[in-house]
Design a protein around this ligand. Structure first.
Ligand SMILES: NC(=O)c1ccc[n+]([C@@H]2O[C@H](COP(=O)([O-])OP(=O)(O)OC[C@H]3O[C@@H](n4cnc5c(N)ncnc54)[C@H](O)[C@@H]3O)[C@@H](O)[C@H]2O)c1
Length: 273
C-alpha cells in the first residue's frame, strides 16, 4: 500500500456544475473506491476527496490509480487490488484500517461487461462478468461491512446499472450480473441496517468512460454504435462520470441517513419510458 499526499488541486472533471458550492460532507471519513483508476471510479474518488474524505484508490491497474491520486488534493492510499480475489480484498481493507484506524465508506465500483446475446456469450465472458461484478461486490461487502461496523457505522455503495432494471439489447449476461448486484444490495441492506451500515446501489445509464470505446470497438461501425448508445438516452447525451460521482458522494454522506437498500437511478431518463 502506497501513501500519497500530492499538492496538485483536484480537477473537477469535464462536467461543469455551476452554482454548486463544494461541500465538506465527508470530512473525517475514510473511503475505499474499487476500480478507481478509470471512468466512474476515478470521478468518485476525486469527488469523495473534494468533499473531505481520505480515499484509498484500489485497482488492478496501479499506474492508473496513481495518476488519479495525483489529481487529488488530499490524503490518499493506492493499492493494487483484484476484487475477484478474497486475499487481495482482505489485504486492501485491513491495510486501510491499519493506516487510518477504520473504514467508513466502501464503494464497490469495479466491473466489466461484454456485448453479446445469451446465445453468443462465451462461458469465459460469463465467468469474467460474474466474477468481477458479482463475486467482486460480494467480497467487497463481506470484508468491508465488519470493518465499517467496528468503525461505528457507515455506508456501502455498489455499482449496479440500468441493465438491472430493463432489458438492453446485446447485454443479457451483463443485465444478469448487474441484477445480482441490485438484489444483493437489498438483501445486505436489510441484514446490516441494525448495525449502522447502510447499503445502497447506483444504476447509471450509459456513462462516457473508456468502457464505451471498448464496447463500441467490437462493432463493425464503432462510430455508429457510439451514436446509437447516445441516442438511447432520452436526454440525448451520455451521462457524465461526475454525475454518478455526485450521487455516490450523497450516498456516502450522512445526508442520506434514511436511504437504505435503495437503487439510485442516474440514467438521463432511460427507465422513465
Ligand atoms: N460506463 C457505463 O456506461 C456504465 C453504465 C452502468 C454501470 N457501469 C458500471 O460502472 C463501473 C465502472 O465502469 P466504467 O465505465 O468506469 O469502467 P472503466 O472500464 O472505465 O473502469 C473500470 C476500472 O475497474 C478496474 N478493474 C477491472 N477489473 C478489476 C478487478 N478485478 N479488480 C480491480 N479493479 C478492476 C479497471 O482496471 C478500470 O480501472 C462498472 O461496474 C460498470 O459496470 C458503467
Amino acid at each position: 500500500m502506497r501513501r500519497r499526499k500530492p499538492a496538485i488541486l483536484a480537477g473537477t472533471g469535464k462536467l461543469e456544475i455551476t452554482g454548486v458550492k463544494v461541500m465538506n460532507r465527508l470530512d473525517g471519513k475514510r473511503a475505499i473506491v474499487t476500480g478507481a483508476g478509470s471512468g466512474i471510479g476515478r470521478a468518485i474518488a476525486i469527488r469523495l476527496a473534494s468533499e473531505g474524505a481520505r480515499v484509498a484508490l484500489a485497482d488492478l491497474d496501479t499506474e492508473a490509480a496513481e495518476s488519479v491520486a495525483a489529481e487529488i488534493d488530499g490524503e490518499t492510499l493506492i493499492q493494487r487490488s483484484d476484487v475477484t480475489d478474497a486475499a487481495s480484498v482482505e489485504a486492501l481493507i485491513s491495510g486501510v484500517v491499519s493506516e487510518w484506524g477504520g473504514l467508513d465508506v466502501m464503494v464497490n465500483n469495479a466491473g466489466v461487461g461484454a456485448a453479446a446475446t445469451v446465445v453468443d456469450t462465451s462461458e469465459e465472458d460469463y465467468d469474467r462478468m460474474m466474477d468481477v461484478c458479482v463475486r467482486g461486490t460480494f467480497l467487497g461487502m463481506k470484508h468491508a461491512i465488519p470493518a465499517i461496523r467496528e468503525s461505528g457505522g457507515g455506508s456501502v455503495v455498489n455499482m449496479s446499472s440500468v441493465a438491472a432494471l430493463v432489458g438492453i439489447a446485446d447485454r443479457a449476461l451483463y443485465c444478469a450480473a448487474k441484477g445480482a448486484i441490485l438484489a444483493m444490495t437489498r438483501g445486505a441492506a436489510v441484514d446490516h441496517v441494525g448495525e449502522g451500515v447502510r447499503v445502497n446501489c447506483i444504476a447509471p445509464g450509459t456513462v462516457e468512460t473508456p468502457w464505451i470505446d471498448r464496447i463500441t470497438s467490437g462493432y463493425d461501425d464503432p462510430e455508429e454504435a457510439r451514436k446509437n448508445m447516445q441516442a438511447r438516452q432520452p436526454h440525448g447525451r451520455f451521462v457524465q462520470p461526475e454525475e454518478i460521482a455526485a450521487m455516490a458522494a450523497y450516498l456516502a454522506s450522512d445526508e442520506s441517513a434514511s436511504v437504505i437498500g435503495a437503487c439510485m437511478i442516474v440514467d438521463g431518463g432511460v427507465t422513465a419510458r
